[in-house]
Design a protein around this ligand. Sequence first.
Ligand code: LP5
Ligand code: MN
Length: 253
Amino acid sequence: MRQLFIADLHLQPERPELFRAFRYFLDSIARPGDTLYMLGDIFEYWIGDDAPLPGLEPIFQRIRALSDAGSHIYFQHGNRDFLVGQTLMSRLGAELLPEAQRIELPTGAALVMHGDQLCTDDTAYQQFRTQVRDPQWQQRFLSQPAEQREAIARQMRQQSQQQGAMKTETIMDVNADAVRQTMLAHGVELLIHGHTHRPHIHQHQIAPNRGERIVLGDWSESGWYLLADESGRELIRFTPGLTPKQDQAAASS
Ligand code: LP5
Ligand code: MN
């Protein structure tokens, strides 16, 4: 059985190349029966299931078709789409997972999460996170008219970009202690997450020769996914229309 993991697509109508890459992924990479884990920030932002970003319908239909064909589809909240709710999940035939979920791979247990929780040095973000994950805050936000929510989301995106330009790379990466503690607390030797946009396979995350952490990449005209099956795990970059060999050549040129 194949398990596919993706994160950080940031789908938005202004960037059709992202839709193209995701359509290609759903049509030509994912197969009926595969399990698909969407580990957050699939959407550029999400202001409530009643007001999805425009242009997503063809994507939703493809995900639904995959689910109807027997695939399990799982979704975890990212820092951009933490307001995704049950209405969207029912529409997609998908299941919402808690923010940290232990899963079984053919090679053993793993923990999946978006990864923003691990950026504990970014105290401004963690404070913001606590606020917007509060159910009461969310209820108040969701009760506002969609236009107002949209304006707040866009304003917040701007603030985030401005503040991001002033934060160091280290602050915006995961904290090594948070990684180790999280892996130990969940009893796993493998952690899979996104968020930092630094695709890589890290070793020695718990102790020397112990603990692997796989970071998924963010999407552009190319996409990233982790494929896990009986033969192991592979972190793969793809570009619609290119063979893996051509894609590698394009990436290194
Ligand atoms: O997303 P990215 O990669 O740019 O940066 C993230 C962190 N930023 C965010 C904010 C999102 O980009 C925008 C969320 C849109 C969601 C829309 C729905 C709900 C809208 C609710 C808006 C209030 O997650 C960024 C991290 C970075 O990752 C790396 O980890 O650094 O963190 C920040 O930018 C947070 C700021 O540093 C702190 C912001 C304080 C602003 C206080 C305003 C609170 C207003 C709440 C009430 C309206
Ligand atoms: Mn993120």
